[in-house]
Unconditional design. Structure first.
Lengths: 294, 233
């Protein structure tokens, strides 16, 4: 039983990393109607910034973390204004292709600047474990879960109780109407891209200490995040969080207790989740079924 | 003159919707725009709010009106578009808060109280998603949301669309009282000529993108062709 609980916590920890990236995908999908394929690479770039600050410039972890979040936010806004916005008038496919182009461009840029070498990233949390009710839990896992949950709560409060949060929701659900009440919709979308970049940066920085940093850090994570977002409902922020946690715990338990899955079949497991959800309930657990009026 | 349109043209691609509209809305008045489907009524409002590309001159409160809907909203014009125009996924109170988006005030309670005087059901439904309201309530919420902006001009696009006659009368009664008691200036586009002429002091009848007839409502009611075409007697 103690071992089971331990695996649940490990699953929640990786699940919260999926959740953070999934939430980034959902934010952009709600606002722009597209999947941002570059979300993972944007997060990788953010993680390299944090790594450079701590390793080469002697910053301590949390200031580097905070600076990276700000830089990511600015970068996300800039990408929307500079690259996405000029293409938004076209078809959805056009924007999707632009994000795939961004994926390749950022991946190339990262490799160019930092080379493909694998780097170790320090963790802000001690790796020792503490014992809670007979269950040994690593402080790193608790820290990871805590950081993501805190981020989610802050975001939720912002969307629920602030003027700008309300305007962002209005711009996402009904842009034409939002403009009529005076909301500058394009800037709200940019803000959404900025926040998504911040969420991605958080997931990248939390993931890197346990898997090492290389230019393809987020490739697999992006698949898990897709699976989490699809599972929860691609337009549901709560769904992304719950989907991420469920997926993290589920895959970790499968990997631990089902011999043939092990560590190798987790990624195919995530793909299977995507496939099954899309076949059985395309709107996901929390998504609303889309009704089209003809 | 609060709003003055002079030779305003607008087109959707190759289709010219407005072929030189000129009209005036005096401060404190209710002005109606009538006409058949496709005459350019909705496009006239959209030209004012900048949701369609337009040429010609539009002056609001003595100044030329430029820019898109965000700028027009900031200038003090609230546009309630055709087909309700509420955020159905947001709650009633969130819709109202959005209505006041262009204003600086942080505490909107007194404004919500003020609009609730006109629509007494609002406080009870405050936390309900707007999409769960009836059609009439959604139309009223759209008007209430527009009032939250404390606009100098309220533009209503076919408030009667798809609503029962009793609800339509209720909405127009509120519009009339808003005008009489609070001095609100209203430009209303309406298919239902009878109720529009009862409410407005002046009316413009559009035909294929031009003003065909205009004048005080009482005169238009007596006008032979207006009567036959739009009032049906």
């Amino acid at each position: 039983m103690a071992d089971f609980m331990q695996q649940v916590v490990v699953g929640l920890s990786s699940g919260s990393i999926y959740a953070s990236l999934a939430l980034a995908l959902v934010l952009i999908h709600r606002a722009t109607g597209v999947i941002n394929f570059a979300q993972g690479e944007m997060a990788t770039l953010s993680t390299y910034i944090a790594w450079t600050l701590t390793t080469n410039h002697g910053w301590s972890y949390w200031p580097a973390f905070a600076f990276t979040l700000i830089a990511s936010f600015v970068g996300g806004v800039a990408i929307h204004q500079g690259v996405i916005r000029p293409n938004e008038k076209g078809s959805v496919l056009r924007v999707v292709i632009v994000t795939i182009g961004l994926l390749l461009a950022i991946n190339g840029l990262v490799t160019l600047i930092w080379s493909g070498e694998v780097r170790a990233v320090p963790s802000p949390f001690p790796t020792r474990t503490i014992e809670i009710g007979g269950v040994a839990i690593s402080i790193q896992d608790i820290g990871t879960i805590g950081v993501v949950l805190a981020t989610v709560v802050v975001l939720w409060l912002m969307f629920q109780y602030t003027k700008v949060g309300l305007a962002m929701r209005a711009a996402a659900v009904n842009p034409a109407e939002a403009r009529l009440v005076g909301v500058r919709v394009t800037w709200m979308l940019s803000l959404g891209w900025g926040l998504a970049a911040v969420l991605g940066a958080i997931s990248g920085m939390l993931a890197a200490p346990s898997v090492f940093l290389d230019p393809n850090l987020m490739a697999a994570l992006l698949i898990y995040a897709f699976a989490a977002a699809v599972l929860g409902g691609i337009d549901s922020p709560i769904g992304a969080v719950v989907g991420g946690l469920v997926l993290g715990v589920g895959l970790n338990l499968l990997g631990t207790y089902v011999d043939f899955v092990g560590a190798d079949l987790r990624l195919p497991g995530a793909l299977l989740v995507i496939l099954v959800v899309l076949l059985v309930k395309p709107s996901g657990i929390f998504g609303k079924t889309e009704v089209k009026r003809v | 003159m609060l709003l003055r349109l002079d030779g305003v043209e607008a087109r959707y691609g190759p289709v010219q919707a407005l072929r030189g509209i000129s009209l005036e809305v005096p401060e404190g008045s209710v002005v109606a725009v009538l006409g058949a489907n496709g005459a350019g009524k909705t496009t006239t409002l959209r030209a004012v709010s900048g949701t369609v590309r337009r040429s010609g001159s539009i002056e609001f409160a003595g100044k030329p009106l430029h820019g898109g809907p965000e700028a027009v909203a900031r200038a003090g014009i609230a546009h309630v578009p055709e087909g309700r125009g509420t955020f159905t996924e947001l709650t009633v109170v969130e819709n109202l808060r959005l209505g006041a988006y262009t204003r600086r005030e942080r505490n909107l309670d007194s404004d919500i109280d003020r609009v609730s005087k006109w629509f007494p059901w609002i406080p009870d439904r405050a936390q309900q998603p707007a999409g769960t309201l009836s059609g009439g309530e959604q139309q009223m919420l759209a008007v209430a949301r527009a009032l939250m902006a404390r606009p100098r001009l309220l533009m209503l696009d076919e408030p009667s669309l798809g609503l029962a006659p009793m609800i339509v009368r209720e909405i127009f009664r509120i519009v009339r009282e808003l005008n009489e008691r609070e001095g609100l200036t209203v430009l209303v586009v309406e298919q239902d000529a009878r109720i529009a002429l009862q409410t407005a002091s002046t009316a413009y009848v559009l035909e294929v993108g031009r003003v065909a007839v205009s004048g005080p409502s009482d005169e238009l009611k007596e006008n032979e062709s207006v009567r036959r075409s739009y009032l049906g007697y």
